[in-house]
Design a protein around this ligand. Structure first.
Ligand SMILES: Nc1nc2c(ncn2[C@@H]2O[C@H](COP(=O)(O)OP(=O)(O)OP(=O)(O)O)[C@@H](O)[C@H]2O)c(=O)[nH]1
Ligand SMILES: [Mg+2]
Length: 396
């Protein structure tokens, strides 16, 4: 049974704080009609962003696409080939200037992608003008879409768009030729890496959470959050979390759970949290968790000196917090691998917490963890994982 921690009023605060800390990312996308913008967006970001309705118009030729739970908005732009291009671009520049003057940095346009198709091997004046305009307001990447054979085109783009911070060739979808030969997608990971580096620090985590191409980025960000919470668990002096006095380590765990969930791209829910706490603190499988329960409870009992609680927390806190945190990171990582980078549903996370989390905390899957790290894929099925993999395959 999980211990009764006085966490009720704090959970919402902590979950909201994790989402606030994650921030919101905005990408500005331009390119001629049919260059592959929507295909690219759906290949890079979670939630089929470019397929959600028609988007909301913000200028005559700009629509914004967003979706609840996904910390990224995509500004999709038209008009490069239209006769009134200059007027359209002026509208777009006005809109960007206004957005970037907002006091809330989560509303700024953070990065621009100028998409140019490789197959036409031509760079239009409109593309050059657009890259120049965007570069006055944000870092810009030139994306060569539908890449098949470079033939010197990348170099030409670099020369004509010197403002671009990177020129990256991508093939966003698998392509099958008449003779049966197949061309696999490529370049998406380079695009994500280059874009992530250009994001301001305050919005980088949002970008990492929203993209689905590089799961290592999510895993590393989540590990950073675990490390920070291991430090918080040393004692209240170093612990800036709300309600830390009443809940001690329990609150550190709740905040870590919320932060790791958010870093992967999930919105932490109460159901997920209770499954997490039940498995993390309520599993009497290891002495580690048993001490943790004792420490948490000590801190919660009025009348017992905080010194006693703090001494126990200091001894057991960082190790237990790290063990539980890394186990949760690995659990989410595997679920994302199962879904080819897309977010699992909340119910699936709850189920995995109930079925697999205890063994992950106990660490008897360390061989699998290192194998997963090496290949980037879950390589050995266990009961719960195998069942879920079947379900995921059936659903897709
Ligand atoms: N071969 C190949 N085809 C692609 C690739 N990316 C997109 N396409 C195809 O190109 C066509 C246009 O793709 P979209 O993603 O709709 O292009 P878009 O820029 O969003 O188009 P508009 O929104 O109409 O301006 C579709 O038929 C895609 O399947 C690619 O990397 N390789
Ligand atoms: Mg489109």
């Amino acid at each position: 049974m999980s211990p009764k921690l006085p966490l009720g009023p704090a959970i919402e605060t902590v979950a909201n704080e994790a989402l606030r800390e994650r921030g919101h990312a905005n990408v500005f996308l331009v390119g001629r009609a049919g260059v592959g913008k929507s295909t690219l967006v759906n290949a890079v970001f979670d939630g089929n962003l470019a397929r959600v309705g028609q988007g909301r118009p913000v200028t005559r030729q700009t629509r914004v696409y967003s979706r609840p739970g996904i910390p990224l908005s995509l500004y999709d732009n038209r008009g490069l080939e239209m006769a009134e291009f200059k007027a359209i671009m002026a509208d777009q520049e006005r809109f960007i200037r206004e957005a970037n003057n907002d006091s809330d940095a989560n509303r700024h346009i953070h990065v621009g992608w100028v998409c140019i198709p490789e197959d036409l091997r031509r760079i239009e004046d409109a593309e050059i003008d657009m890259a120049r305009m965007l570069a006055r307001h944000m870092p810009v990447i030139a994306v060569i879409t539908k890449a098949r054979a470079d033939g010197g085109f990348q170099k030409a783009v670099r020369k004509l768009l010197p403002q671009a911070r990177a020129v990256i060739r991508v093939r966003a979808m698998r392509e099958e030729l008449d003779d049966g030969h197949a061309l696999e997608p490529f370049g998406l990971d380079d695009l994500v890496a280059a874009t992530g580096e250009l994001f301001p620090e305050g919005q980088r985590l949002a970008f990492v959470a929203a993209q689905k191409v590089d799961l290592e980025l999510k895993r590393n960000a989540a590990r950073g959050i675990v490390t920070r919470h291991a430090f918080y668990s040393l004692g209240n002096a170093a612990n800036p979390l709300p309600f830390a006095d009443q809940a001690g380590l329990g609150m550190v765990l709740v905040s870590m759970f919320a932060g790791v969930s958010a870093a992967f791209g999930l919105s932490p829910s109460a159901q997920m949290l209770s499954a997490f706490l039940a498995a993390a603190v309520g599993t009497p499988a290891t002495t580690l968790t048993a001490s943790l329960v004792a420490a948490s409870l000590l801190k919660c009992i009025p009348g017992i000196g905080t010194i006693a609680g703090q001494a126990i927390n200091a001894a057991v806190g960082p190790l237990a917090t790290t063990t539980i945190g890394i186990a949760y990171v690995e659990l989410l990582y595997r679920l994302y691998v199962l879904h080819a980078g897309a977010s699992p549903g909340s119910a699936e996370v709850v189920q995995a917490l109930r079925e697999d989390f205890g063994t992950l905390i106990a660490g008897d899957e360390s061989d699998e963890s290192s194998a997963t790290r090496k290949t980037g894929r879950a390589t050995r099925s266990r009961s719960g994982t195998a069942r879920r993999r079947k379900r995921a395959a059936a659903a897709s």
